[in-house]
Design a binder for this molecule. Structure first.
Ligand SMILES: Cc1ncc(COP(=O)(O)O)c(C=O)c1O
Length: 438
């Protein structure tokens, strides 16, 4: 199928893949004469040219610290405010509820320290064994204050969170429930709205790790009504940085560890030292990419209407981001269906997580497998030589690989699809895997 025609069967929206792929210069590379195929999105996605340009343009013209009485410093202040407002639209919150940081892990350690200040012996925190360790260890460290950790199980057959276990672990003493939106290993999408509801009902805070979910689905912190949500822009086509949403009331009431000259104003009191300004410029450009993608989808839709005069529904940046997600979703699903059907046909292959298409709404396009007689490292290396970038190991989802008893065996081979991948890439990956395993 020609790239530009990669449309969804369940939706009339189309992704202009030729335009999309032209935005990402990295996708044009070759490895040992093979076209590079980026299936490593869960570890970090590629960036559009505009992100690269924004970063270098900032360094070339506006490189300065904040709060100074001169042009480049003022430009830096303005640029950061614009990026904050762009991220607020991405998450559906207000700009002063957006905190920038080095990455999700650092932001989570900072927030867990501040929340931990208010906790003591007998207080409980509910975590899950499905989560990346960055949403586990920072909270578990509070055991040193006498906090009790309750870890929720997952079902080994389909790697879905055991919601009954979760509900039973939330009680009168629960102060916080930390859960991932989607698993960066097995791809499970958790029912975070229900987790937030259960936490709220018990008077506990909710802390959502949306790092893996962000490139695959729309985030709406207002609709979720979560207390905190974290993500990392390098997983959704931006630079290497982390972003935390915190409800204004919590950002104001909690006491961050910080240096004295840093004011008590939110969100800056949560942002320590000098931030990575050039990457923040890249974050704004990353959200611009999402916006243009959404506008193009909507314009394409309007153009396909007979009269050609219909107005696209996109009137705000938030609406454009949602339109982009609406178009991405069915296309990723088609890629995932083809990938998983092809993988399951490989003799000796075991897929971990949901495998039946009728339940695919509970998973995203990230797949992990093991193949009898081959270690994940061997498979990833052989695929890498042929230009396919996949990952092996535990991806820090350590509780998961330990419980599934694959940690001692090198973990899994992970294949991650995002919207810039193509059907042809999936077919070629499957052919290469079949050839490697003989
Ligand atoms: C689900 C999930 N949570 C948290 C993290 C940690 O993010 P960061 O690298 O921004 O600290 C990752 C990174 O892979 C992840 O996939």
């Amino acid at each position: 199928m020609p790239l530009a025609e990669q449309t969804s069967s369940s939706s009339s929206t189309a992704l202009d893949l030729t335009w999309i792929r032209s935005q990402f210069p990295a996708l044009a590379q070759t490895i040992n004469g093979h076209p590079a195929v980026f299936l490593d999105g869960p570890g970090g996605t590629q960036v559009p040219q505009r992100v690269i340009d924004a970063i270098s343009d900032y360094l070339a013209r506006n490189n300065a610290n904040t709060g100074g009485g001169y042009q480049t410093s003022r430009n830096t202040d303005r640029m950061i405010a614009e990026a904050r407002s762009a991220m607020a639209d991405f998450l559906n919150c207000d700009a002063d509820e957006v905190v920038f940081g080095a990455n999700m892990t650092s932001l989570t350690y900072a927030m867990s320290r501040a929340i931990g200040r208010e906790l003591g012996p007998g207080d409980e925190i509910v975590l899950t064994l499905l989560d990346h360790d960055a949403n586990f260890s920072p909270w578990k460290a509070l055991e040193e204050k006498g906090v009790i950790i309750r870890a929720v199980k997952f079902n080994e057959e389909d790697c879905m969170l055991d919601m009954d276990d979760l509900a039973s672990k939330i009680g009168k003493r629960t102060r916080l429930v930390a859960v991932g939106y989607a698993s960066n290993a097995v791809g499970t999408i958790n029912n975070v709205a229900e987790v937030v509801r259960l936490a709220r009902q018990a008077g506990a805070l909710s802390y959502i790790d949306a790092v893996h979910y962000a490139p695959h689905g729309p985030i709406d912190v207002r609709a979720l009504d979560c207390d905190f949500l974290v993500c990392s822009t390098y997983k959704f086509f931006g630079p290497h940085m982390g972003v935390l949403y915190g409800k204004r009331e919590h950002l104001k009431a909690l006491r961050p560890y910080k240096v004295r000259p840093n004011t008590d104003n939110i969100p800056n009191c949560w942002e320590w030292g000098t931030l990575n300004h050039e990457c923040i410029a890249g974050i704004k450009a990353c959200v611009d990419y999402w916006e243009e993608l959404g506008c193009r989808v909507e314009t394409g839709l309007a153009a396909s209407l007979q009269e050609g005069r219909a107005k696209p529904a996109v009137t705000t940046r938030r609406a454009a981001i949602l339109a982009a997600h609406e178009a991405i979703h069915p296309c990723e699903r088609r890629l995932m269906e083809k990938m998983i059907a092809g993988l399951l046909a490989i003799p000796g292959l075991k897929l971990y997580g949901i495998g039946e298409p009728r339940r695919f709404e509970h998973r995203c396009a990230t797949t992990v497998v093991r193949i009898e007689g081959h270690t994940p490292l061997e498979l990833a290396t052989k695929l890498g030589e042929r230009g396919f970038f996949t990952w092996d190991g535990n991806y820090y989802a350590l509780n998961l690989t330990e419980q599934l008893d694959v940690e001692r065996l090198g973990g899994f081979l992970r294949i991650g699809l995002v919207h810039y991948n193509t059907m042809e890439e999936v077919e070629r990956l499957l052919a290469a895997l079949r050839e490697i395993v003989g």
